[in-house]
Design a binder for this molecule. Structure first.
Ligand code: ATP
Ligand code: MG
Length: 418
């Protein structure tokens, strides 16, 4: 029996053979966000438990069953590993009074934690990029957030992602809708699963978000919030659709889109793929005009979305992404040679060449084997002989070309040319 300690179920290591794919994604996303003027905000991974209960809502999957909550035994505080990023982002914005300077376009990136049943596309530690536009009331920002998404899929080389949009209206229109919904569900009481029975009166909208296939047919016949929509929300929704049409962004209206968190109103949207089975939503978001007041801030509208990076990378698994290359592997033997090799390696790095300096000694022959398996394009060979003259020998490893010996000063420019 091995007594090695293993990682926690549903929390994955990301190994060097895959990290270049993450880095490609991160680099693309950083440039994409900068191109729309969004700025990065970084908040702690752990927050007071109350932050999430107050923002996400007590009767939601996340708060009811998915949070990693624990007592800090040193002071008795109840803390929670963040299950999502909006709550922390809004907390930080209020704590540092960022809206005082005007509306904010922000984004965050990092791990989130939810105690779910691990399966493909669903993990206990997963990663999100979240984008939040705070202090904007009009539908133009909702449109911007959606248009940005469309651009990102193009930049990442992802195709076949469809857009669903919906609206949750105002608090008042949701209130009217709520009673109609309860009436409808009461007729089908026996078909409701345990979660739905429990939520029937506390949070009936949440039932629409159920993943239970046995309830799907009954859910399809449920009344639509669109029919109870207030005039302002309707206009807002139409303004959004107009921009999307005008900008050539295809979408479907899904009247049953509710989202798993309580804080949304008006616009909600999801980007969905059919290529990942049941875990098909790669990006989801919407408007949350009430959240900032709910968290104790001065009223300010806001809109945002979060995307699941594991799911996006899974969609990109067929796309070839080059890993970083090594230009030079420096082999050396003898004390004089070693001293010169340190200097030569730094010299090459100054020239912008990725250089591995052989460490650990050994014969030239064994060092050359390592040079070869490193994937480097060139071996730079330094013996005491070369070192004395301030020279290096260059051996191309990927093509049948002659070894040449040149002064260190000429070597960098020469290697960059070939
Ligand atoms: P789902 O309906 O799949 O449970 P959700 O509504 O709980 O998703 P959000 O809270 O909106 O998800 O999170 C935004 C995105 O983060 C999701 O669309 C998904 O891509 C990703 N995501 C959410 N939970 C997980 C998870 N446990 N593992 C991996 N990705 C996740
Ligand atoms: Mg979920």
């Amino acid at each position: 029996m091995s007594n090695l300690i293993q990682a926690i179920r549903g929390m994955n290591d990301i190994l060097p053979k895959d990290t270049h794919r993450w880095e490609f994604f991160e680099d693309t996303v950083r440039d994409w966000l900068a191109s729309y003027g969004y700025r990065n905000i970084r908040t702690p991974i752990v927050e007071q438990t109350d932050l999430f209960i107050r923002s996400i809502g007590a009767v939601t999957d996340i708060v009811e069953k998915e949070m990693y909550t624990f007592v800090d035994h040193l002071n008795g505080d109840s803390l929670t590993l963040r299950p999502e990023g909006t709550a922390s982002c809004v907390r930080a914005v209020l704590e540092h009074n960022l809206l005082y300077a005007g509306p904010q376009r922000l984004y965050y990136y990092g791990p989130m934690f939810r105690h779910e049943r691990p399966q493909k596309g669903r993990y206990r530690q997963f990663h999100q990029v979240g984008v939040e536009a705070l202090g904007y009331a009009d539908a133009d920002i909702d449109a911007e957030l959606i248009i940005m998404g469309a651009r990102l899929w193009r930049e990442l080389g992802i195709s076949g992602v469809r857009l669903e949009i919906g609206t949750l209206g105002s608090t008042e229109s949701r209130h009217i809708y709520r009673s109609r919904l309860i009436k409808y569900f009461e007729q089908y009481r026996d078909e409701l699963d345990e979660d739905a029975q429990r939520r029937l009166h506390s949070n009936p909208l949440r039932i629409l978000d159920s993943k239970n296939p046995h309830m799907r047919e009954m859910l399809a016949g449920a009344p639509r919030l669109l029919d109870d929509l207030d005039e302002d929300s309707l206009q807002h929704f139409e303004a959004l659709q107009r921009v999307l049409h005008e900008q050539g962004i295809a979408f479907e209206i899904n009247p049953q889109l509710v989202r798993g968190l309580d804080y949304y109103n008006r616009t909600v949207f999801e980007w969905i793929t059919d290529k990942l089975g049941a875990q098909g939503t790669i990006c989801a978001g919407g408007r949350y005009d009430g959240l900032i007041t709910q968290m104790g801030g001065k009223p300010a509208p806001a809109c945002g979305f979060a995307m699941g990076i594991e799911r996006i990378l899974a969609l990109m698994s067929e796309i070839e992404i080059p890993s970083p290359t090594t230009d030079i592997y420096v082999v050396h033997q003898g004390e004089l040679a070693a001293d010169f090799a340190w200097k030569a390696a730094e010299w090459f790095r100054n020239e912008g060449l990725n250089t591995i300096l052989h460490c650990g000694g050994g014969s030239f022959k064994s060092q050359m084997k390592k040079a070869d398996s490193s994937g480097a394009r060139f071996a730079v060979i330094i013996g005491d002989d070369e070192a004395k003259e301030g020279e290096v020998s260059i051996k191309p490893l990927r093509e049948a070309a002659e070894q040449v010996r040149v002064g260190l000063v000429e070597a960098g420019p020469l290697l960059k040319r070939i």
